[in-house]
Design a binder for this molecule. Sequence first.
Ligand code: SF4
Length: 92
Amino acid sequence: MNTTDNRSAPACAGADPELFFPITDNEDGPAFLQIQEAKAICAGCPIRESCLEDGMDEPYGVFGGTTPKERRRLRFKRGQASAGQFLPWAYA
Ligand code: SF4
């Protein structure tokens, strides 16, 4: 009998790790397709939110469907929000 609860299993289990850690940091370059494929896997992941929170400070890789650049923007927005500032351009 299989007692594994797949509702909490990461969707990336068994996926190619290179999709989530492209060889280059240039998200618009050759890594673009790898990143898009990783994000598509993350989109159906049942632990996406916790993965994003755990990976928020990670400088490399796709976590919770976000790239390092996207996480930097999120950290910045959160920092501004917690400081009580409203910067409309940051939410564009
Ligand atoms: S959200 Fe995290 S755990 Fe889920 S597929 Fe993406 S990288 Fe893997």
